[in-house]
Design a protein around this ligand. Sequence first.
Ligand code: GLC
Length: 639
Amino acid sequence: MKSKDLEQTLSVELDGLSVEQRHTFMDRLDVLWPDVLRPLEGLYGQRGDFEAWLGRLVRVAGHAYAHRSPELRRLDAKRYARPDWFLTSEMLAYVCYTDRFAGDLKGVEQRIPYLRELGVRYLHLMPLLEPRKGESDGGYAVRDYRRVAPRLGTMDDLEHLAGELRCNGISLCIDLVCNHTAREHAWARRALAGDPTYQAYYYMFRDRTLPDRYEQSLLEIFPDFAPGNFTWQPEIERWVWTTFHEYQWDLDYTNPAVFGEMLGNICFLANRGIEVLRLDAVAFMWKRLGTQCQNQPEVHLLLQALRALSRLAAPALLHKAEAIVPPPELVPYLGRGAAAGRECELAYHNVLMVMLWSSLAERRVALLTHTLQQMPTIPHDAAWITYLRCHDDIGWAVTDEDAAAVGLDAALHRKFLSDFYLGDYSGSFSRGTVFQHNPRTGDRRINGALASLVGLETALESGDEGHVDMAIRRIQLLYGVIFAFPGIPQIYMGDELGLRNDFSYLEDSELADDGRWVHRPPMDWQAAERRDDPGTVTGKIFLSVKRLAEARARCDAFHSSASARAVWTQNDRVFGLLRESARGRILVLANFSEENQSVPAYRLRELGLGDRLHDHLQNRGLDLDAELLLGPYDQVWLS
Ligand code: GLC
């Protein structure tokens, strides 16, 4: 089928548009058609009704295009004119729970000045579409994709907020939980009532034969509170696939109807002014017997097809993949080979996050350097979300190969990291808590707020100012590296003020089972009042994060399209990162230890630096002697 054949079928959708607007859509369709067709043929091409179904999909996109507001059309044009808008060094992301940050969506509007003060250009509000009642995995069990959780506001409030943020130069990102719905979603309710059409939206089995076979190679995501991957539904006498909690039903994307529904949801949200969709748990969207049912090739085809179709309707929208997977599996989510620039524009760099924590515990950077060196480069028009903490736990994604290459035993190292961040290792400064201990694999994931993990909590309790200073330096060090790395650095709400572990969740029966709430504290607006006072711990942290953001924004050479190469510095306590492009070259050096360290001048010359240096972080000149000295946890951004 050719894109032109579709013009007739689109007459209803595009009716009422000007000739020019129709041409715009048809031209886009023409350009994007191969991107739509290729993945969908791979997924559903064998079906007899493929062409008719394809026509329906294009009509969904056409309908959304026709209903895009003038303001969003202008945004589409603006993004076309500056497609690298999210790659510039001014980008800074902030992520928070709406209620914990500001009560509700209207409250978030009141806090825009705070976000601007910090330099935020991208706001990710944690799941806010209507979840099931009671436990909802922090909102990741969605009951209705087209309604906002009533306690947070309405769809109109969301649309209004998106507009206000945009006027302030901030793009709004929300979650689209596309791998599963709540058991209470209308589709699941119809399935439970026995409707075969909706039963086909999910994976359902009459007996344990297939579930048992799948289980042989599946992992358990929440072995503690949701063991196994299937849940028995007595009403319909079926086993339903539930990768996460029992109340989160995995959608069956082998059914094209499911794909069509999700496309409709994407278009709907894009037209409410959402600029970035965080596609949740994408790695799990396709199952294959005998595998872990993660990162299957079809997942990438699904994401590519969704991307091409949403681009047709709403080109300003970005897709962000949430795939917390090992290094070799991660990069393809940003589009590989022919799919470069055609999958997701953004993905979380969980590997960098894990490696930073690993280096901090070890005071050595070999594993970090080696692992980054092994990772393939990403397309120049895609970017990482770099982060230190998020609402989830930290899982030690260290591969056997990477560990062995630097003389470590992966299993022992993972054990060391868990012990260290639990504070069980001698000399540890950390105060993490354990999450989902799996005795079978020995896995122990870690919860904890940034400040608690870097030792601020222990230091403040000890009353030792030197220790407090070290903890603050660790925060600066870690933020410094992610701010210098290609991508959009993301601050997790409260980390900019040094908020610590919060155990109040234990008093709430709907939250108490899930230890991840320990690092999801409510915003402390009282503490925030001290943010400008450099004499306070809060002020020191806030001001240094702000300074880092300003320094990064000044450095055009940190544009995400500039290459990033982890380099050996001749000192295994000092991490080196070289950023290079026509915009300039910057060498980042970061001391991961609490002792003074040095890097020999000859090494800096080898890396292309001259004798007269400029440190962009402190905005000062430096003369290169025989060696470059770095104080405890210090870093420099040199050109
Ligand atoms: C993602 C979310 C996590 C949630 C899971 C299931 O990994 O980040 O919080 O539990 O998906 O939706």
